[in-house]
Design a protein around this ligand. Structure first.
Ligand code: NDP
Length: 476
Protein backbone atom coordinates (compact mmCIF):
# COMPACT_ATOMS: atom_id res chain seq x y z
CA UNK A 1 0.00 0.00 0.00
CA UNK A 2 0.91 3.63 -0.08
CA UNK A 3 2.99 5.30 2.61
CA UNK A 4 1.32 7.43 5.29
CA UNK A 5 4.16 9.89 5.51
CA UNK A 6 7.48 10.45 3.73
CA UNK A 7 10.92 11.74 4.60
CA UNK A 8 13.26 13.29 2.05
CA UNK A 9 16.78 13.96 3.27
CA UNK A 10 18.17 10.91 5.00
CA UNK A 11 21.35 12.14 6.70
CA UNK A 12 21.56 11.53 10.49
CA UNK A 13 18.44 13.50 11.40
CA UNK A 14 16.18 12.38 8.55
CA UNK A 15 17.23 8.76 8.83
CA UNK A 16 16.50 8.66 12.55
CA UNK A 17 13.20 10.46 12.16
CA UNK A 18 12.16 7.96 9.47
CA UNK A 19 13.13 5.06 11.74
CA UNK A 20 11.22 6.62 14.63
CA UNK A 21 8.12 6.90 12.42
CA UNK A 22 8.47 3.30 11.23
CA UNK A 23 9.04 1.97 14.74
CA UNK A 24 5.79 3.68 15.74
CA UNK A 25 3.89 1.75 13.10
CA UNK A 26 3.74 4.28 10.27
CA UNK A 27 4.46 3.22 6.69
CA UNK A 28 7.26 5.62 5.67
CA UNK A 29 8.22 6.71 2.16
CA UNK A 30 11.95 7.38 1.79
CA UNK A 31 13.95 9.59 -0.52
CA UNK A 32 17.40 11.16 -0.57
CA UNK A 33 19.16 13.14 -3.30
CA UNK A 34 21.92 10.56 -3.48
CA UNK A 35 20.41 7.12 -3.44
CA UNK A 36 23.14 5.53 -1.35
CA UNK A 37 21.65 6.88 1.89
CA UNK A 38 18.21 5.47 1.04
CA UNK A 39 19.69 2.07 0.24
CA UNK A 40 21.77 2.08 3.41
CA UNK A 41 18.75 2.86 5.56
CA UNK A 42 16.74 0.01 4.09
CA UNK A 43 19.67 -2.40 4.27
CA UNK A 44 20.53 -1.62 7.89
CA UNK A 45 17.16 -0.87 9.45
CA UNK A 46 14.59 -2.23 7.00
CA UNK A 47 13.43 -4.73 9.59
CA UNK A 48 12.36 -1.99 12.02
CA UNK A 49 9.13 -1.22 10.16
CA UNK A 50 7.56 -0.61 6.77
CA UNK A 51 9.65 1.53 4.43
CA UNK A 52 8.77 2.49 0.87
CA UNK A 53 12.00 3.66 -0.80
CA UNK A 54 12.13 5.71 -3.99
CA UNK A 55 15.02 6.63 -6.22
CA UNK A 56 13.57 9.94 -7.40
CA UNK A 57 11.30 12.61 -6.01
CA UNK A 58 8.45 11.87 -8.45
CA UNK A 59 8.37 8.24 -7.38
CA UNK A 60 8.52 9.32 -3.75
CA UNK A 61 5.50 11.63 -4.16
CA UNK A 62 3.67 8.91 -6.08
CA UNK A 63 4.22 6.46 -3.21
CA UNK A 64 2.35 8.63 -0.68
CA UNK A 65 -1.34 8.44 0.21
CA UNK A 66 -3.32 11.67 -0.18
CA UNK A 67 -3.38 14.24 1.23
CA UNK A 68 0.38 13.72 1.21
CA UNK A 69 2.58 14.43 4.16
CA UNK A 70 6.20 15.08 3.23
CA UNK A 71 8.92 15.81 5.77
CA UNK A 72 11.96 17.61 4.38
CA UNK A 73 15.09 17.04 6.48
CA UNK A 74 17.90 18.52 4.40
CA UNK A 75 20.57 21.14 4.99
CA UNK A 76 18.94 24.43 5.97
CA UNK A 77 18.99 27.40 3.57
CA UNK A 78 19.31 27.10 -0.21
CA UNK A 79 19.10 23.26 -0.22
CA UNK A 80 15.67 23.46 1.45
CA UNK A 81 14.45 25.90 -1.22
CA UNK A 82 15.84 23.64 -3.94
CA UNK A 83 13.94 20.65 -2.58
CA UNK A 84 10.73 22.66 -2.17
CA UNK A 85 10.99 23.95 -5.74
CA UNK A 86 11.38 20.44 -7.08
CA UNK A 87 8.63 19.06 -4.86
CA UNK A 88 5.86 21.63 -5.32
CA UNK A 89 4.98 20.88 -8.99
CA UNK A 90 4.56 17.22 -8.06
CA UNK A 91 2.05 17.87 -5.26
CA UNK A 92 -1.72 18.38 -5.20
CA UNK A 93 -3.86 20.86 -3.34
CA UNK A 94 -4.18 20.07 0.35
CA UNK A 95 -0.85 18.25 0.60
CA UNK A 96 1.34 19.08 3.59
CA UNK A 97 5.04 19.90 3.34
CA UNK A 98 6.93 19.86 6.64
CA UNK A 99 10.36 21.45 6.92
CA UNK A 100 11.89 19.85 9.99
CA UNK A 101 15.35 21.37 9.48
CA UNK A 102 16.71 24.36 11.36
CA UNK A 103 15.28 27.05 9.09
CA UNK A 104 15.23 30.73 9.98
CA UNK A 105 11.65 31.63 10.87
CA UNK A 106 11.59 34.44 8.31
CA UNK A 107 12.42 31.92 5.56
CA UNK A 108 9.61 29.77 6.92
CA UNK A 109 7.19 32.68 6.74
CA UNK A 110 8.22 33.31 3.14
CA UNK A 111 7.87 29.64 2.15
CA UNK A 112 4.57 29.27 3.96
CA UNK A 113 2.99 32.17 2.15
CA UNK A 114 4.33 31.00 -1.24
CA UNK A 115 2.96 27.49 -0.78
CA UNK A 116 -0.34 28.73 0.57
CA UNK A 117 -0.91 30.48 -2.78
CA UNK A 118 -0.58 27.09 -4.42
CA UNK A 119 -3.09 25.52 -2.03
CA UNK A 120 -0.39 23.65 -0.11
CA UNK A 121 0.20 23.59 3.63
CA UNK A 122 3.72 24.43 4.67
CA UNK A 123 4.68 23.52 8.20
CA UNK A 124 7.98 24.79 9.58
CA UNK A 125 8.68 22.50 12.47
CA UNK A 126 11.38 22.66 15.09
CA UNK A 127 12.84 19.28 16.00
CA UNK A 128 15.15 19.18 18.97
CA UNK A 129 17.29 16.59 20.66
CA UNK A 130 19.89 15.86 18.01
CA UNK A 131 20.13 12.46 16.39
CA UNK A 132 19.31 10.66 19.62
CA UNK A 133 16.10 12.64 20.01
CA UNK A 134 15.10 12.15 16.39
CA UNK A 135 15.33 8.40 16.86
CA UNK A 136 13.86 7.92 20.31
CA UNK A 137 11.52 10.87 20.67
CA UNK A 138 12.35 14.52 20.04
CA UNK A 139 10.68 17.65 21.29
CA UNK A 140 8.69 18.82 18.27
CA UNK A 141 7.61 22.42 17.64
CA UNK A 142 5.37 22.57 14.56
CA UNK A 143 4.11 25.83 13.12
CA UNK A 144 1.81 26.21 10.11
CA UNK A 145 -1.95 26.10 9.78
CA UNK A 146 -4.28 24.62 12.41
CA UNK A 147 -5.80 22.55 9.64
CA UNK A 148 -2.50 20.87 8.80
CA UNK A 149 -1.95 20.05 12.46
CA UNK A 150 -5.23 18.13 12.57
CA UNK A 151 -3.76 15.38 10.42
CA UNK A 152 -0.12 15.89 11.33
CA UNK A 153 -0.61 16.21 15.08
CA UNK A 154 -1.50 12.58 15.80
CA UNK A 155 1.63 11.41 13.96
CA UNK A 156 4.01 13.96 15.49
CA UNK A 157 2.73 13.52 19.04
CA UNK A 158 3.17 9.76 18.70
CA UNK A 159 6.84 9.97 17.71
CA UNK A 160 7.72 12.80 20.13
CA UNK A 161 9.22 12.40 23.58
CA UNK A 162 6.73 11.96 26.41
CA UNK A 163 6.92 13.21 30.00
CA UNK A 164 4.41 11.87 32.51
CA UNK A 165 2.42 10.51 29.59
CA UNK A 166 2.20 13.92 27.90
CA UNK A 167 3.72 14.40 24.43
CA UNK A 168 6.49 16.95 23.95
CA UNK A 169 4.76 18.32 20.87
CA UNK A 170 2.14 20.99 20.48
CA UNK A 171 0.96 23.21 17.63
CA UNK A 172 3.00 26.33 18.35
CA UNK A 173 1.19 28.78 16.06
CA UNK A 174 0.87 29.87 12.43
CA UNK A 175 3.60 30.16 9.77
CA UNK A 176 7.05 30.70 11.35
CA UNK A 177 6.03 30.25 15.01
CA UNK A 178 7.46 26.75 15.31
CA UNK A 179 10.83 27.65 13.89
CA UNK A 180 10.99 30.81 15.98
CA UNK A 181 10.43 28.80 19.15
CA UNK A 182 12.99 26.21 18.06
CA UNK A 183 15.48 29.02 17.48
CA UNK A 184 14.77 30.43 20.93
CA UNK A 185 15.21 26.97 22.41
CA UNK A 186 18.69 26.89 20.89
CA UNK A 187 19.46 30.39 22.17
CA UNK A 188 18.49 29.33 25.67
CA UNK A 189 20.66 26.25 25.23
CA UNK A 190 23.61 28.56 24.47
CA UNK A 191 22.93 30.56 27.64
CA UNK A 192 22.53 27.43 29.78
CA UNK A 193 25.83 26.03 28.54
CA UNK A 194 27.69 29.31 29.05
CA UNK A 195 26.45 29.56 32.64
CA UNK A 196 27.46 25.99 33.37
CA UNK A 197 30.88 26.69 31.86
CA UNK A 198 31.30 29.76 34.07
CA UNK A 199 30.35 27.78 37.17
CA UNK A 200 32.92 25.14 36.24
CA UNK A 201 35.63 27.73 35.54
CA UNK A 202 35.11 29.62 38.79
CA UNK A 203 35.01 26.51 40.94
CA UNK A 204 38.12 25.16 39.32
CA UNK A 205 40.01 28.42 39.61
CA UNK A 206 39.01 29.46 43.09
CA UNK A 207 38.92 26.05 44.76
CA UNK A 208 41.61 24.24 42.78
CA UNK A 209 39.34 21.24 42.38
CA UNK A 210 40.16 18.56 39.83
CA UNK A 211 37.74 17.90 36.97
CA UNK A 212 36.78 14.62 38.62
CA UNK A 213 35.98 16.41 41.89
CA UNK A 214 34.01 18.99 39.94
CA UNK A 215 32.05 16.20 38.28
CA UNK A 216 30.89 15.21 41.75
CA UNK A 217 29.72 18.77 42.43
CA UNK A 218 27.61 18.74 39.25
CA UNK A 219 26.32 15.26 40.06
CA UNK A 220 25.18 16.57 43.42
CA UNK A 221 23.58 19.65 41.83
CA UNK A 222 21.69 17.34 39.51
CA UNK A 223 19.67 16.07 42.45
CA UNK A 224 18.15 19.51 43.17
CA UNK A 225 16.56 22.51 41.40
CA UNK A 226 19.25 22.43 38.72
CA UNK A 227 18.40 18.88 37.67
CA UNK A 228 18.73 18.81 33.89
CA UNK A 229 20.21 16.97 30.97
CA UNK A 230 22.98 19.56 30.56
CA UNK A 231 24.08 19.35 34.22
CA UNK A 232 24.02 15.56 33.97
CA UNK A 233 26.25 15.47 30.88
CA UNK A 234 28.54 18.13 32.37
CA UNK A 235 29.39 15.61 35.11
CA UNK A 236 29.98 13.01 32.43
CA UNK A 237 32.34 15.21 30.41
CA UNK A 238 34.26 16.33 33.51
CA UNK A 239 34.78 12.82 34.80
CA UNK A 240 36.05 11.54 31.45
CA UNK A 241 39.74 10.68 31.13
CA UNK A 242 41.58 11.19 27.88
CA UNK A 243 42.43 7.87 26.23
CA UNK A 244 45.79 9.22 24.97
CA UNK A 245 47.23 11.03 27.98
CA UNK A 246 45.27 9.37 30.77
CA UNK A 247 44.67 12.86 32.19
CA UNK A 248 41.35 14.73 32.34
CA UNK A 249 39.63 14.76 28.93
CA UNK A 250 38.57 18.40 29.40
CA UNK A 251 42.23 19.48 29.54
CA UNK A 252 43.07 18.14 26.09
CA UNK A 253 40.09 19.80 24.36
CA UNK A 254 40.93 23.00 22.45
CA UNK A 255 39.13 25.88 24.19
CA UNK A 256 37.46 27.35 21.11
CA UNK A 257 33.69 26.93 21.04
CA UNK A 258 32.05 26.60 17.65
CA UNK A 259 28.55 27.56 16.59
CA UNK A 260 26.21 26.77 13.76
CA UNK A 261 24.28 30.03 13.97
CA UNK A 262 20.97 29.54 15.78
CA UNK A 263 22.29 31.36 18.87
CA UNK A 264 23.30 34.29 16.69
CA UNK A 265 19.89 34.28 14.97
CA UNK A 266 18.19 34.38 18.35
CA UNK A 267 20.13 37.42 19.45
CA UNK A 268 19.67 39.17 16.09
CA UNK A 269 15.91 38.57 16.24
CA UNK A 270 15.72 39.78 19.82
CA UNK A 271 17.57 42.96 18.85
CA UNK A 272 14.95 43.56 16.17
CA UNK A 273 12.15 42.91 18.64
CA UNK A 274 13.76 45.23 21.20
CA UNK A 275 13.97 42.54 23.88
CA UNK A 276 17.15 42.36 25.97
CA UNK A 277 18.44 38.80 25.84
CA UNK A 278 21.77 39.53 27.48
CA UNK A 279 22.18 35.97 28.75
CA UNK A 280 22.06 34.58 25.23
CA UNK A 281 24.02 37.48 23.75
CA UNK A 282 26.87 37.01 26.24
CA UNK A 283 26.86 33.29 25.47
CA UNK A 284 27.24 33.94 21.74
CA UNK A 285 29.92 36.59 22.36
CA UNK A 286 31.81 34.28 24.73
CA UNK A 287 31.96 31.64 21.99
CA UNK A 288 33.15 34.25 19.50
CA UNK A 289 35.84 35.44 21.92
CA UNK A 290 36.99 31.88 22.53
CA UNK A 291 37.50 31.42 18.81
CA UNK A 292 39.21 34.78 18.29
CA UNK A 293 42.67 33.25 18.20
CA UNK A 294 44.49 36.29 16.86
CA UNK A 295 43.45 38.62 19.65
CA UNK A 296 43.69 35.96 22.36
CA UNK A 297 47.27 35.21 21.36
CA UNK A 298 48.13 38.91 21.36
CA UNK A 299 46.68 39.37 24.85
CA UNK A 300 47.34 36.14 26.77
CA UNK A 301 50.22 36.64 29.17
CA UNK A 302 50.50 40.25 27.99
CA UNK A 303 47.50 42.00 29.55
CA UNK A 304 47.93 42.02 33.32
CA UNK A 305 45.33 40.50 35.63
CA UNK A 306 44.55 41.33 39.24
CA UNK A 307 47.41 41.26 41.74
CA UNK A 308 45.30 39.02 43.95
CA UNK A 309 44.49 36.03 41.79
CA UNK A 310 43.40 33.95 44.81
CA UNK A 311 40.76 34.49 47.44
CA UNK A 312 40.26 32.68 50.69
CA UNK A 313 36.86 31.01 50.68
CA UNK A 314 35.21 28.18 52.49
CA UNK A 315 34.93 25.36 49.94
CA UNK A 316 31.43 24.22 50.81
CA UNK A 317 30.08 27.74 51.07
CA UNK A 318 31.58 28.80 47.75
CA UNK A 319 30.16 25.77 45.96
CA UNK A 320 26.75 26.65 47.35
CA UNK A 321 27.19 30.30 46.28
CA UNK A 322 28.05 29.25 42.74
CA UNK A 323 25.02 26.98 42.66
CA UNK A 324 22.83 29.96 43.55
CA UNK A 325 24.56 32.15 40.95
CA UNK A 326 23.96 29.49 38.32
CA UNK A 327 20.30 29.01 39.20
CA UNK A 328 19.52 32.73 39.40
CA UNK A 329 21.33 33.47 36.14
CA UNK A 330 19.48 30.60 34.50
CA UNK A 331 16.17 32.04 35.64
CA UNK A 332 17.13 35.38 34.10
CA UNK A 333 18.13 33.73 30.80
CA UNK A 334 14.79 31.91 30.61
CA UNK A 335 12.85 35.02 31.61
CA UNK A 336 14.53 36.88 28.75
CA UNK A 337 13.91 34.01 26.34
CA UNK A 338 10.22 33.82 27.14
CA UNK A 339 9.96 37.62 26.83
CA UNK A 340 11.36 37.29 23.31
CA UNK A 341 8.83 34.58 22.43
CA UNK A 342 6.02 36.76 23.76
CA UNK A 343 7.26 39.77 21.77
CA UNK A 344 7.50 37.76 18.54
CA UNK A 345 4.09 36.24 19.19
CA UNK A 346 2.62 39.74 19.50
CA UNK A 347 4.53 41.03 16.49
CA UNK A 348 3.45 38.21 14.16
CA UNK A 349 0.05 37.38 15.72
CA UNK A 350 1.06 33.85 16.66
CA UNK A 351 -0.85 33.66 19.93
CA UNK A 352 1.76 31.34 21.49
CA UNK A 353 0.96 29.66 24.80
CA UNK A 354 4.20 30.24 26.74
CA UNK A 355 3.46 27.64 29.40
CA UNK A 356 2.93 25.01 26.71
CA UNK A 357 6.37 25.79 25.26
CA UNK A 358 8.04 25.09 28.61
CA UNK A 359 6.05 21.88 28.78
CA UNK A 360 7.19 20.49 25.43
CA UNK A 361 10.82 21.22 26.34
CA UNK A 362 10.65 18.94 29.38
CA UNK A 363 11.64 15.91 27.33
CA UNK A 364 13.47 15.02 24.14
CA UNK A 365 15.50 18.20 23.88
CA UNK A 366 18.84 19.49 25.09
CA UNK A 367 17.44 21.96 27.64
CA UNK A 368 15.13 19.39 29.28
CA UNK A 369 15.04 20.13 32.99
CA UNK A 370 13.00 19.88 36.15
CA UNK A 371 12.98 23.68 36.17
CA UNK A 372 10.62 23.79 33.16
CA UNK A 373 7.74 22.52 35.29
CA UNK A 374 8.18 25.66 37.37
CA UNK A 375 7.97 27.78 34.21
CA UNK A 376 4.75 26.08 33.08
CA UNK A 377 3.26 26.55 36.56
CA UNK A 378 4.17 30.25 36.51
CA UNK A 379 2.36 30.83 33.19
CA UNK A 380 -0.56 28.68 34.35
CA UNK A 381 -0.88 30.94 37.40
CA UNK A 382 -0.77 34.02 35.20
CA UNK A 383 -0.78 33.68 31.39
CA UNK A 384 0.06 37.37 30.97
CA UNK A 385 2.92 37.34 33.49
CA UNK A 386 5.10 40.33 32.48
CA UNK A 387 8.34 38.53 33.42
CA UNK A 388 9.14 35.13 34.90
CA UNK A 389 11.17 37.02 37.50
CA UNK A 390 8.07 38.51 39.12
CA UNK A 391 6.32 35.16 39.49
CA UNK A 392 6.24 34.22 43.20
CA UNK A 393 8.25 31.02 42.82
CA UNK A 394 11.03 32.60 40.76
CA UNK A 395 11.04 35.79 42.81
CA UNK A 396 11.68 33.71 45.93
CA UNK A 397 14.26 31.50 44.23
CA UNK A 398 16.31 34.54 43.18
CA UNK A 399 15.72 36.42 46.43
CA UNK A 400 17.06 33.53 48.49
CA UNK A 401 20.17 33.25 46.33
CA UNK A 402 20.89 36.84 45.42
CA UNK A 403 23.49 37.54 48.13
CA UNK A 404 25.36 34.43 47.01
CA UNK A 405 25.02 35.50 43.37
CA UNK A 406 26.49 38.93 44.18
CA UNK A 407 29.40 37.35 46.06
CA UNK A 408 30.15 35.10 43.09
CA UNK A 409 30.15 37.98 40.59
CA UNK A 410 32.36 40.01 42.94
CA UNK A 411 34.73 37.08 43.42
CA UNK A 412 34.95 36.53 39.66
CA UNK A 413 35.91 40.19 39.21
CA UNK A 414 38.43 39.99 42.07
CA UNK A 415 40.26 36.93 40.80
CA UNK A 416 39.95 37.91 37.14
CA UNK A 417 37.91 34.95 35.92
CA UNK A 418 35.47 35.97 33.17
CA UNK A 419 31.84 35.47 34.13
CA UNK A 420 29.92 37.43 31.49
CA UNK A 421 26.79 35.31 31.86
CA UNK A 422 26.57 35.59 35.64
CA UNK A 423 27.32 39.31 35.71
CA UNK A 424 25.09 40.28 32.76
CA UNK A 425 22.23 38.36 34.34
CA UNK A 426 22.76 40.13 37.66
CA UNK A 427 22.89 43.52 35.94
CA UNK A 428 19.65 42.73 34.15
CA UNK A 429 18.04 41.76 37.44
CA UNK A 430 19.21 44.97 39.08
CA UNK A 431 18.14 47.00 36.07
CA UNK A 432 14.70 45.45 36.05
CA UNK A 433 14.06 46.06 39.72
CA UNK A 434 15.53 49.60 39.81
CA UNK A 435 13.04 52.32 40.66
CA UNK A 436 15.07 54.84 38.72
CA UNK A 437 17.55 54.20 35.93
CA UNK A 438 20.29 56.43 34.55
CA UNK A 439 18.32 56.45 31.30
CA UNK A 440 17.29 59.91 32.51
CA UNK A 441 20.85 61.09 31.90
CA UNK A 442 20.87 59.47 28.47
CA UNK A 443 17.71 61.37 27.58
CA UNK A 444 19.29 64.58 28.85
CA UNK A 445 22.36 64.01 26.69
CA UNK A 446 20.24 63.19 23.64
CA UNK A 447 18.28 66.37 24.10
CA UNK A 448 21.46 68.44 24.48
CA UNK A 449 23.36 67.18 21.46
CA UNK A 450 20.50 66.31 19.14
CA UNK A 451 17.35 68.05 20.39
CA UNK A 452 15.81 64.59 20.62
CA UNK A 453 13.45 65.79 23.41
CA UNK A 454 12.64 64.20 26.75
CA UNK A 455 9.55 63.36 28.76
CA UNK A 456 9.02 64.54 32.33
CA UNK A 457 8.09 62.60 35.44
CA UNK A 458 5.49 65.19 36.45
CA UNK A 459 3.75 66.25 33.24
CA UNK A 460 2.59 64.68 29.96
CA UNK A 461 4.22 65.67 26.68
CA UNK A 462 7.61 65.98 25.02
CA UNK A 463 10.01 68.73 25.96
CA UNK A 464 13.22 70.35 24.80
CA UNK A 465 15.58 72.62 26.69
CA UNK A 466 17.23 75.58 24.92
CA UNK A 467 20.72 74.28 25.77
CA UNK A 468 22.57 76.83 23.67
CA UNK A 469 20.27 79.69 24.64
CA UNK A 470 18.48 80.72 27.77
CA UNK A 471 17.87 77.13 28.92
CA UNK A 472 14.16 77.62 28.93
CA UNK A 473 11.95 74.60 28.35
CA UNK A 474 9.64 74.32 25.40
CA UNK A 475 6.89 71.83 24.62
CA UNK A 476 7.55 69.91 21.40
P1 NDP B 1 22.77 17.94 7.03
O1 NDP B 1 22.38 19.27 7.53
O2 NDP B 1 24.20 17.55 7.08
O3 NDP B 1 22.24 17.80 5.51
C1 NDP B 1 22.51 16.65 4.75
C2 NDP B 1 21.29 16.25 3.96
O4 NDP B 1 20.85 17.31 3.11
C3 NDP B 1 21.58 15.07 3.06
O5 NDP B 1 20.44 14.24 3.00
C4 NDP B 1 21.83 15.75 1.71
O6 NDP B 1 21.64 14.92 0.62
C5 NDP B 1 20.78 16.82 1.76
N1 NDP B 1 21.03 17.91 0.83
C6 NDP B 1 21.98 18.87 0.91
N2 NDP B 1 21.90 19.72 -0.13
C7 NDP B 1 20.86 19.28 -0.89
C8 NDP B 1 20.25 19.75 -2.08
N3 NDP B 1 20.70 20.86 -2.73
N4 NDP B 1 19.21 19.06 -2.59
C9 NDP B 1 18.74 17.97 -1.96
N5 NDP B 1 19.26 17.48 -0.82
C10 NDP B 1 20.30 18.14 -0.28
O7 NDP B 1 21.90 16.79 7.75
P2 NDP B 1 21.44 16.62 9.26
O8 NDP B 1 20.72 15.33 9.27
O9 NDP B 1 22.55 16.84 10.21
O10 NDP B 1 20.41 17.81 9.49
C11 NDP B 1 19.24 17.95 8.71
C12 NDP B 1 18.51 19.19 9.16
O11 NDP B 1 18.17 19.05 10.54
C13 NDP B 1 19.32 20.48 9.07
O12 NDP B 1 18.46 21.53 8.69
C14 NDP B 1 19.81 20.71 10.48
O13 NDP B 1 20.05 22.07 10.76
C15 NDP B 1 18.64 20.16 11.28
N6 NDP B 1 18.96 19.69 12.62
C16 NDP B 1 20.08 18.97 12.86
C17 NDP B 1 20.37 18.52 14.13
C18 NDP B 1 21.58 17.72 14.36
O14 NDP B 1 21.85 17.38 15.54
N7 NDP B 1 22.34 17.34 13.35
C19 NDP B 1 19.48 18.80 15.27
C20 NDP B 1 18.29 19.49 14.91
C21 NDP B 1 18.06 19.92 13.63
P3 NDP B 1 22.87 14.04 0.04
O15 NDP B 1 22.93 12.82 0.90
O16 NDP B 1 22.46 13.73 -1.36
O17 NDP B 1 24.10 14.88 0.13
Amino acid sequence: GKAQIGVTGLAVMGRNLARNLARNGFRVALHNRSQARTDALVAEFGSEGEFVPSTDLAGFVESLEQPRKVIIMVKAGAPTDAVIDELVPLLDEGDIVVDAGNAHFLDTRRRESALKEKGLHFVGSGVSGGEEGALNGPSIMPGGSKESYESLGPILTKISAHVNGEPCCVHVGPDGAGHFVKMLHNGIEYADMQLIAEAYDLLRHVLDLSPAELADVFRDWNTGDLESFLIEITAEVLSQTDPTTGGPFIDVVLDQAEQKGTGRWTVQSALDLGIPVSGMAEAVFARSLSGDVVRREAAAGVLPGPSEAKVDVDHKAFIEDVRHALYSSKIVAYAQGFDAIRAASDEYDWNIDLGAMAKIWRGGCIIRARFLDRVTEAYDRNPSLPSLLVDDYFKEAVASGQEAWRRVVATAATVGVPAPGFSAALSYYDGLRAERLPAALIQGLRDLFGAHTYKRVDREGSFHLEWSGDRSESTQ
